[in-house]
Design a protein around this ligand. Structure first.
Ligand SMILES: [Zn+2]
Length: 84
């Protein structure tokens, strides 16, 4: 099942279907009504990708119970600062 989400067009408010994972990778989506192109800035792409990778790492770490030391420093801040 495709996890499709919709975002309102900033110009005409038409709901634009987009794939969050493709968006993170830098893919751009165009409004079907006014053809405005939406996407996230390259620097945001890098940050979002980093957060996404770290999220996967966090998911993995759930399974390794012997590694109980969790860093609560920069990584968490990056996730909090994400605009996604
Ligand atoms: Zn539009």
């Amino acid at each position: 099942m495709i996890n499709e989400q919709k975002i309102p067009c900033p110009i005409c408010q038409t709901k634009i279907p987009f794939d969050a994972q493709a968006l993170i990778r830098g893919h751009k989506f165009s409004c079907p009504s006014c053809f405005a192109v939406i996407g996230i800035a390259q620097e945001s792409v890098e940050q979002a990708t980093t957060v996404f990778e770290e999220f996967k790492e966090l998911s993995k770490s759930k399974f390794s119970s012997k590694n109980k030391k969790q860093r609560k420093g920069n990584k968490q801040n990056q996730i909090t600062n994400s605009t996604l």
